[in-house]
Design a protein around this ligand. Structure first.
Ligand code: DX5
Ligand code: ZN
Length: 220
């Protein structure tokens, strides 16, 4: 299967958002990764519905929306209406995760669950068959540009095993500190989708950085 790249707009230049969206449209990236932070679940606040709606209008690729918020159930329909194609909630933020996942799936969009670095993979055993995606946080959520946590490789391998031995088609997405130094190893461990923010938008030529990353993870 083709491995995917999801640039995180958290590191985009919001004064030139249109330019950065067009860059992703033109590039070899596959999804737009949107980080939604509420200042409660994580110690940072990012952006909300008007910005997502704007991105949806300009984006020619799916919107992968990563909710770092408490009580996500309250807003699932609003994120769907704003244009989310994939909606990922945090395991740590959901008391009734099964209900939350069914609510997302009832809107005919893809449902994902994200795990913080300290949360073991086995907590997903009883829900893995229902998931379209599992997002492994390889930094503590809240900020771009942090250092990759090495233990994530082990979690990806454990998760891959769980997916292969269950009736699950879930993709494994990795988020935080991803760059050209760990991309190949992440794919070998079992990752299907790589999120990258700082590595892409902090580079001189983001479109080329995406293309270089794509060559690493999808060698021809
Ligand atoms: C962090 C976010 C990430 C972040 C990744 O809480 O979930 O998506 O933007 O940024 P980098 O690639 O810079 O670590
Ligand atoms: Zn994210």
């Amino acid at each position: 299967m083709k491995r995917l790249i999801a640039p995180s707009l958290l590191s985009a230049d919001f004064g030139n958002l249109n330019r950065d969206i067009e860059m992703i449209n033109k590039s070899q990236a596959h999804w737009f990764h949107l980080d939604i932070m509420d200042g409660v679940f994580v110690p940072n606040i990012s952006f909300g519905f008007p910005v997502i709606k704007y991105i949806k209008k300009a984006a020619k690729k799916p919107l992968d929306v990563h909710l770092m918020i408490i009580e996500p159930d309250k807003y699932i329909e609003k994120f769907h209406a704003a244009g989310a194609d994939i909606l990922t909630v945090h395991f740590e933020a959901c008391t009734h995760l099964h209900r939350t996942i069914q609510a997302i799936k009832s809107l005919k969009i893809k449902a994902g669950v994200s795990l913080n670095p300290h949360t073991p993979v086995h907590v997903l055993e009883n829900i893995i068959a229902d998931l379209d995606l599992v997002l492994i946080m390889s930094v503590n959520p809240g900020f771009g540009g942090q250092k990759f946590i090495e233990h994530s490789f082990k979690k990806i391998m454990q998760l891959k095993k769980m997916i292969n031995t269950s009736n699950s088609k879930a993709l494994i997405e990795v988020d935080g500190g991803v760059d050209n130094s760990n991309a190949k190893k992440l794919i070998s461990a079992g990752a299907d989708v790589l999120v990258a923010g700082n590595y892409i938008f902090g580079s001189k030529n983001p479109e080329k950085t995406i293309s270089d990353l794509n060559n690493i993870i999808n060698p021809s």
